[in-house]
Design a protein. Structure first.
Length: 103
């Protein structure tokens, strides 16, 4: 996630809402279509602090071209680990996730 932030210049709310389907590995284009926003609890429908919303206001998604090295890291499946569930809630990158029960 840090490498993605450094290379792309994405804001924290954009990074938090990235999903694997947002990256076209063939063209190396990353599309930002959602963003996490911080709200005062009184303005949040459930009284929370953060909320996802579609991005941007102008109806045009933000598109970035990433380097081949970063795309390779983001799409790499860790060798020797099952592609089953992990304890990691963030989809970026898969290699940063731990298998359940591992330390």
């Amino acid at each position: 996630m840090v490498e993605t932030a450094i290379e792309s210049g994405l804001r924290w709310g954009e990074l938090a809402e990235l999903r694997p389907r947002d990256l076209d590995a063939r063209t190396r284009i990353l599309t930002v279509s959602r963003v996490q926003v911080e709200l005062s609890p009184r303005f949040h429908p459930d009284g929370g602090q953060f909320m996802m919303r579609d991005y941007p206001k102008g109806k045009k998604h933000r598109r970035l071209k990433l380097s081949p090295q970063l795309v390779a890291k983001l799409t790499a499946q860790p060798s020797g680990t099952p592609s089953a569930r992990t304890t990691c809630t963030s989809p970026w990158p898969a290699s940063a996730c731990r298998r359940p029960g591992s330390k």
